[in-house]
Ligand binder design. Sequence first.
Ligand SMILES: NC(=O)CC[C@H](N)C(=O)O
Length: 341
Amino acid sequence: QEAPAKPEAATEAKKPNIVIIGTGGTIAGAGASTVNTGDYDSAKVAVDKIIAGVPEMKSVANIRGEQIFQIGSESYNDERMLKLAKRVSELLKQPDVDAVMITHGTDTIEETSYLLNLTLKSDKPVVVIGAMRPGTALSADGPLNLYNAAVVAASPESKGKGVLVVMNDEIHSARDVAKTNALKVETFKSLYGPLGVVVESKPYYYRLPARPHTTATEFDIDTIDALPKVDVFYAHTSMDPGILTAIADRGGKALIYAGTGNGSVADYMEEPLKEVRKKEIVVRATRTGSGQVVRNGEEKDDENDWIVTADQTPQKARLLVSLALTKTQDTKEIEKILYKY
Ligand SMILES: NC(=O)CC[C@H](N)C(=O)O
C-alpha cells in the first residue's frame, strides 16, 4: 500500500467518473427534529440533493446522480432488484463510467449487494452505501459514508474486488456483510472481518474475497429476466407444521428451512418437510447467523434428498439458490454452488 496522500492529491490526476444511483433508505430519510434518530421517514430526499450535501466528493471524482427508486429497502422484490442490477450493468459497460455507487436502505443492503456481487460482469468498482441516521439528525452518518464510498469507488485499488459495502469507515465484501443491529451506526459486520478501512480519504485493504464474484461467476444479470421463487421458513420452538406445508403450496421452486443450530429439524417437522420435498427443493440452513450446516449431520439429507447451505444466512442462501435454479434443478449441483460462492 502507498503512503497516505492528502485528499487534494487526487485532483492532480484525472478524476474518475462515478454515477450514484439513488434508491431511497435512511440515507435519503428525514425526521421531524434533529434528535429523531430512529423515528423518521426513509426515502424522502432525492439523490441529487444528497450529492449536493457532500461537495467534498468533487475532490475525488466527477459525480452524477440518477434516481431509480425512492423506497425503503424492506420493499425490494425480485423485480426491483433485477431492474437495479440491470441498470448498474448497463452503466458499467459505458466507457465514460468508471465506477457506480448505490445509495440504499440498510435493511436489505446485504441481499441486493450479494445479488450484484454474483451477477455483474465487470471489474469496475461498485459500492453500496446507506445510513443508520437520517440526514436531518444530529451526528448523521450518511454524509461521511457517502464521501468514504466515493473515495473507495474512485480508487484503482477497489477494482476486481467484487461489490463492496462501505459503512462506518469499513469496506465490506457483499458476500459476507450483514446488518447485525437494528439501530446502531456500527451495525454492518462481516463474519470474517471487513476487507479494509477508509482513513483520512484513503482506502486501506487488508484482505481479499476468496470466493468467486462478478466476472468469475456463472451468473450474468444481462441474461436473467426473472428469478425462480424461493421462500424461507424460520424455525423456532412450538412450530405449526401447517404453516410449513402451506408455504410449499405457493408455487415455490425451493424452500430454505432456517433451522435451529446446525440446521436441525424438529422431530414433528420431519414428515411435513418430507412432504414439502415432494413439491420443491428443500435446503437446510441455520438461523444462528453463521456456520456451515453439516450434510447428514443432524438430519438424513441423503435419504431425504435435502440440500445443506455452506455458511450463507437464510436470506443470502435464498438468493444464491434462486440463481442456481436458473442453471440447474439437480440438488447435488445446487449444493455445489452453495459451497462454491
Ligand atoms: N437505516 C435504514 O436505511 C433503514 C430504513 C429502511 N427501513 C430501509 O432499509 O430502507
